[in-house]
Design a protein. Structure first.
Length: 451
């Protein structure tokens, strides 16, 4: 569903933002709208890339339960974010239901995706880490099996497994420090690498940071399953890291055939995902659940040192310039990104989507003409006037919403009166004001007459 929202909503809302004007300016030029559009484009690309990666995994006859949980929680959540931003941009066009409402049905349906097959709140705070540590840790299962075994070699296997777990934790801490220091202290360490290598190096460090935090979390023992806030932050890091790798895989597969637009949206997505993972780990470090002998303080310090080895954050949010450039992918024709990766999967042969797709180039051309006329201080030629009128016609058609004389079969019945109107008519003879809903003389609420 999130992929459908990203593909169907992004180009349509982008075209709407270009056509719709406020104060004689396309709302696509407003900074707040550009932020929302960039989020739709970015999360749409994350959903597309991760879904294709997951489909490839399933097509290889794998059944990754933990990755399925990560995908379900993360992608549906991003679908909710996209549809909310779309509603913000569409305004009344997203509220007034009807055949031309692009966002309303999806907005009403998204709670289903969030809730069914495991509510996201439980998937994030319990299932991903609760199952993931047991299934994905290279040594934990051996330790558990040794504890449950009754043969004479069980104690030796247990001690061997515990030793391996300790070594795994030290290895992750060493990797975190090595990569963190090299990426923050060595000038040009990342700038000399290409896009994929740069972000792969960052993800590798974040993966080591997460693995260390997960190793330290095991010191909580059975209490870990009750520390759902802590597990939720670890799940946020793991999910963002997996999505980041998915974006890199998709970008590497298509970069040589796409224009610069793909690089822009991939860069925006990667910066956001890396910061999400980084911030989640810092939040976890600040909130390690209490352990005996105050060891939670040491655990938090180890995680914080691994994530920020010199005390400086290595991850920044996308710049305003990048955000504007990404929003332009949906509101202009500077790039073929939308037409190449989004539009082909969407039905645009008729209806409001066709109107929006057809309107974008005309409105862009009309805006260029209007700017030229202002600079040259002259009236439009007949050809220019036709283009401006065509754009105005598109704008007028796009802002229209459906209207109906009756809402449903009940209201079409002869003599039907809405309950609210009937109640008001019953109150008025008794002098009930706007602040009171009771008949002052009888001190009771009047029920509406039966319909």
């Amino acid at each position: 569903m999130a992929v459908a929202i990203g593909k169907g909503l992004g180009p349509a809302v982008g075209s709407y933002a270009r056509a719709r004007k406020q104060f004689k300016v396309p709302i696509a030029d407003f900074g707040g709208v550009q932020e929302a559009l960039a989020m739709i484009a970015s999360d749409g690309y994350v959903s597309l890339a991760s879904t294709e990666t997951m489909n490839a995994i399933v097509d290889s006859h794998e059944a990754p339960m933990v990755l399925s949980s990560i995908m379900k929680q993360n992608v549906t959540e991003r679908g909710r974010v996209m549809i909310n931003h779309g509603m913000d941009i569409l305004g009344g066009a997203g509220i007034s239901m009807g055949r031309d409402n692009l966002a309303g049905p999806a907005y009403a349906s998204i709670p289903i995706a969030i809730t069914v097959e495991g509510a996201n709140v439980m998937t994030r705070s319990f299932q991903i880490i609760g199952q993931g540590l047991m299934r994905c840790h290279p040594h934990l299962l051996d330790v558990v099996e040794a504890l449950e075994a009754s043969d004479k070699d069980a104690p030796a296997r247990f001690l061997k497994g515990v030793g391996k777990m300790a070594g795994h934790g030290f290895s992750n801490f060493r990797t975190s420090l090595t990569l963190g220091l090299s990426q923050s202290l060595v000038p040009g360490f990342l700038s000399k690498k290409d896009f994929v290598q740069t972000h792969e190096a960052r993800l590798k460090r974040l993966a080591a940071n997460f693995a260390l935090a997960a190793d330290l979390a095991l010191l909580l023992g059975g209490r870990l399953k009750f520390e759902e806030m802590f597990m939720g932050r670890l799940a946020d890091c793991l999910g963002a890291t997996f999505l980041g790798y998915s974006v890199l895989v998709h970008y590497a597969q298509h970069a040589d055939k796409a224009d610069a637009g793909l690089r822009l949206v991939a860069e925006h997505a990667m910066l956001r995902l890396e910061k999400e993972a980084h911030d989640a780990l810092l939040h976890a470090a600040d909130n390690v659940p209490k352990m005996p002998l105050g060891f939670h303080v040491l655990a938090g310090s180890l995680i914080r040192t691994a994530v920020k080895p010199i005390g400086i954050s290595l991850h920044e949010a996308p710049s305003d310039t990048l955000t504007k450039d990404v929003s332009d992918l949906l509101t202009t024709l500077k790039s073929t990104y939308a037409n190449e990766f989004l539009v082909p999967a969407i039905y645009t042969s008729d209806g409001i989507r066709k109107t929006l797709m057809d309107a974008l180039p005309v409105c862009l051309q009309a805006d260029d003409i209007a700017l030229k006329l202002r600079k040259e201080k002259r009236e439009p030629t007949s050809a220019e006037a036709q283009i401006i009128k065509k754009a105005d016609d598109f704008r007028d058609a796009i802002v229209q919403v459906a209207s109906y004389d009756h809402l449903g079969a009940v209201e079409q019945q002869e003599g039907y009166v809405r309950p609210a109107i009937a109640q008001t008519q019953d109150w008025l003879p008794h002098g009930i004001g706007a602040a009171g809903n009771r008949d002052k003389s009888h001190n009771k609420v009047h029920a509406p007459p039966p319909s």
